[in-house]
Design a protein around this ligand. Structure first.
Ligand SMILES: [Zn+2]
Length: 168
């Protein structure tokens, strides 16, 4: 099994920001071939613009966090760009090849919702996610969750709680 730090950092950021903005996280896991998945409560059938923007901050944090991961192991690969969110959509999609998210790829989610809330709201979500990820990297929480995920490969909601609250 290949477990890439990059993918663990990516998923850890989804988890941390979801908790921050009040999106319930059910579990997060890594599996073979560097796939990562975070399960949260699904977005409703007719989400408000505020809800979409909130969810997009969660989506956007993943790739932003990859830049904070330590260098990949022999089987891994380096992030292709320091700042992928300023690249074009095709590049974004390529960054996710190999992640094999169980659901739609992050970039596809953004592309799907952007017409409904506008580029300005997406930019706002991206700025919030960037600042959040930077803070969580600075406090060490991002690394703490990513490291636990690399070690255990699966964290449920209670395990995430106790990890972040410092009980384990
Ligand atoms: Zn993701």
């Amino acid at each position: 099994m290949t477990l890439e730090p990059r993918v663990a950092w990516h998923e850890a950021a989804h988890v941390l920001i979801a908790r921050r903005v009040g999106v319930p996280v059910l579990s997060v896991s890594l599996s073979a071939f560097s796939a990562g998945t975070m399960h949260s409560t699904p977005i409703g059938p007719d989400p408000s613009p505020v809800e979409i923007e909130r969810r997009l901050t969660v989506v956007l944090a993943g790739e932003l966090a990859e830049g904070y991961a330590p260098a990949a192991s022999a089987n891994g690969r380096e992030p292709e760009s320091d700042d992928p969110w300023f690249s074009d959509a095709e590049t974004l999609a390529q960054l996710h090849i190999g992640d094999a998210h169980a659901g739609p790829r992050d970039a596809d989610v953004v592309a799907h919702y952007e017409p409904r809330i506008g580029a300005e709201a997406v930019a706002r979500a991206r700025a919030f996610a960037a600042e959040f990820v930077s803070c969580e990297a600075a406090t060490g929480r991002l690394e703490k969750v990513a490291t636990a995920l690399l070690r255990r490969q699966h964290l449920d909601a209670a395990e995430i709680d106790s990890l972040i609250e410092g009980e384990t």
